[in-house]
Design a binder for this molecule. Structure first.
Ligand SMILES: Nc1nc2c(ncn2[C@@H]2O[C@H](COP(=O)(O)OP(=O)(O)OP(=O)(O)O)[C@@H](O)[C@H]2O)c(=O)[nH]1
Ligand SMILES: [Mg+2]
Length: 609
């Protein structure tokens, strides 16, 4: 067995926001991959529009820096639990991992989740305690907790022998001992060279595992992955070994390697390196590309199962087709099928209705990001309330359960415990920092978390942070009864006017402004009572000849509560839908007319009897 001493492959893993992408910034900036006058900004790798807007990484991405003539291939991963599939997909490319831990927050559920994966893959870990510049950092304690986590998760003894570095990714500094003054990230680069094993090279001819796909309008599909054996060059004949055992012949078109943010076109790449190749138009993630002489497939990538599902259907509202370019079943299906190629933890299946598909993902955010992306691409469709996916194991109904961590203040303890107990959550840990900051840890079924984020941020006035990570399956605990109030539902099609909306505000709060087109069955607000009520928001004030003393006073409406896509998904009940178009997010009853809804209520009453 040979090694390639001129390469190291590392993946950066951590809980959300612990500073992975910022640390990559620091490595890129120090390795001078930018021109001196180039303004590069922050979170350079988070290039996707939604990543920039939300300030989170959604997709795992490759980059590389050169240090002392060694190329370090770096894979940045998302820390949000909903995108765990992205981490699972890329781990096999690396030999080592940088586990980042925030010096204040310490190890969080997702830290444990990703570290467990990395240990299972046998990656050599380097611990980086990050954000040491934070005022209330508790570095010694965080290190102790991290060591405990390793004791729990390490599979072999040598995994317990990990180096620890201290970083301020934002300042671009890393030190090996606390108290040292940091200048740059050199200690990190040195540590990677020294501790991460160089890639092993097996003898034999070309073999690579596809871990990612990209598209280019000129080059077509781009397959990205690590070469395990041999060499690859442009125009080389290869076979692609698919999931179903299929063997397809291709000729490699171009070969690229990474450097900074660039793809470098190369004449040849060798085992141990991470490359992007073009010319294979039917390749999928998990496939092996191999030479004609040795057509052996590598083990496929294992991805965790989805936990949340919802339907995506053709828009059936009276406003269908007005705002989107892509509105048909065929277009919706084609788009979802395309998504399946790269979004590995997503599943799509048909339903009883040919215009509706069941889409399954790793959490509400995973699905919300897909919906938002499609709407920006000018798709128009309707989605149902997200639901936790139950399954039958050994004849028993089981459901997904998660660990929920909440960082909050003492004063919200009561309200949070009450809200969560209704959602079948069990408090498993509670830590007070001696002041009024508290960390609560719960076990909660996924179904109890659906719609919880909105309630949570209202209840704690936006002053608390929640995170949840998949734990496993447990016997079904029974249904959770929705406690949402009824909806204010438009009773007629037209344009909402101030007078009509003012009437609606007498019943509850409204979601739309005067001048908004509405249709019968559209939800325009939240009732302050449990039942739905239909209201004509297009109704003008009756004109009379008699002037009353108050008639000239303009009505002042309270500002509408405008729901974001995620809030809308959280808000709706099972008999409701969210209509998503490039321009609007509308809420509606599934059954649009009052007559249909009355009939449905009557028949469900009968079926209960
Ligand atoms: N004070 C301080 N803040 C930091 C440091 N490193 C990162 N941050 C901040 O922490 C926030 C999150 O940083 P990111 O680099 O986006 O974190 P991430 O781990 O990539 O997050 P995800 O990809 O969404 O999981 C940003 O506001 C950073 O500016 C640090 O060393 N010190
Ligand atoms: Mg990131």
């Amino acid at each position: 067995m040979n090694y390639r001493s001129d390469i190291r492959n590392i993946v950066i893993i951590a809980h959300v926001d612990h500073g992975k992408t910022t640390l990559v910034d620091a490595m890129l900036k120090q390795s001078k991959v930018f021109r001196n006058n180039q303004i590069v900004g922050e979170l350079i790798m988070d290039q996707n529009a939604l990543e920039r807007e939300k300030g989170i990484t959604i997709m795992a991405k490759n980059t590389a820096v050169v240090y002392r003539a060694v190329k370090i291939n770096i894979i940045d991963t998302p820390g949000h639990a909903d995108f765990s599939g992205e981490v699972e997909r890329v781990l096999s490319m690396a030999d080592g991992c940088l586990l980042l831990v925030d010096s204040v927050e310490g190890p969080m559920p997702q830290t444990k989740f990703v570290l467990r994966l990395a240990m299972k893959m046998g990656l050599k870990p380097i611990v980086v305690i990050n954000k040491i510049d934070r005022r209330n950092s508790r570095i010694a304690e965080v290190l102790k907790l991290t060591e405990d986590l390793f004791l729990e998760l390490a599979i072999s003894a040598d995994q317990l022998d990990f180096p620890v570095l201290y970083a301020s990714a934002r300042e671009g500094t890393v030190v090996t001992e606390l108290g040292m003054k940091g200048n740059d990230v050199t200690p990190l680069l040195e540590c990677i060279l020294e501790k991460v094993p160089p890639p092993k090279i097996e003898s034999g001819s070309f073999q690579m595992l596809v871990s990612n796909l990209a598209y280019d309008s000129h080059k077509g599909k781009i397959a990205i992955g690590r070469i395990w054996r041999g060499k690859v060059a442009p125009h080389q004949p290869v076979v692609n070994l698919g999931a179903d055992g299929s063997v397809t012949h291709y000729e490699i078109n171009e070969v690229f390697t990474y450097l900074g943010l660039k793809h470098l076109k190369v004449k040849e790449a060798e085992a141990g390196d991470i490359v992007a190749v073009t010319g294979l138009d039917r390749v999928n993630i998990g496939d092996t590309i191999a030479s004609l002489e040795q057509t052996e497939a590598l083990p496929r990538i294992e991805i965790g199962e989805p936990t949340v599902e919802m339907t995506f259907g053709v828009n059936t509202s009276p406003f269908a087709g007005r705002e989107g370019h892509f509105c048909t079943t065929r277009q919706l299906w084609a788009r979802l099928s395309r998504e399946l190629e790269t979004n590995l933890s997503l599943r799509v299946q048909g339903t009883d209705s040919r215009d509706t598909f069941l889409v399954k993902g790793r959490g509400e955010l995973h699905l919300a990001i897909l919906i938002e992306t499609m709407r920006r691409e000018s798709y128009e469709f309707e989605v149902s309330k997200p639901k936790a996916i139950t399954k039958i194991v050994d004849g028993n109904l089981v459901e997904p359960v998660e660990v929920l961590t909440i960082d909050t203040k003492d004063e919200y303890l009561g309200v949070l415990t009450e809200l969560l107990s209704k959602r079948q959550a069990q408090l498993t840990d509670m830590r007070n920092d001696g002041h009024d900051d508290v960390r609560l840890v719960f076990h909660v079924p996924t179904k109890g978390l659906i719609g919880f984020r909105t309630v949570f941020s209202t209840a704690t006035h936006g002053e608390s942070i929640m995170n949840h990570t998949f734990l496993g399956y447990e016997p079904y605990h029974g249904d959770i009864i929705s406690t949402r109030n009824g909806a204010l539902v438009a009773s007629e099609q037209g344009i909402a006017v101030t007078y009509g909306l003012n009437n609606a505000q007498g019943r509850g709060c409204t979601f739309i402004e005067a001048g908004t087109p509405v249709y019968e069955g559209m939800i325009i607000g939240l009732n302050s009572k449990p039942k739905d009520i239909a209201i004509n928001v297009c109704k003008e004030k009756k004109k009379t000849n008699v002037r009353s003393s108050t008639s000239d006073i303009a009505i002042k409406l309270a500002p509408p509560m405008q729901l974001s896509l995620e809030q809308a998904m959280d808000f709706i009940n099972d008999d409701e839908l969210v209509e998503v178009t490039p321009e609007n997010i509308r809420l509606r009853k599934k059954l649009l007319t009052q007559a249909q809804r009355a009939k449905d209520r009557a028949s469900s009453r009968r079926s209960v009897k």
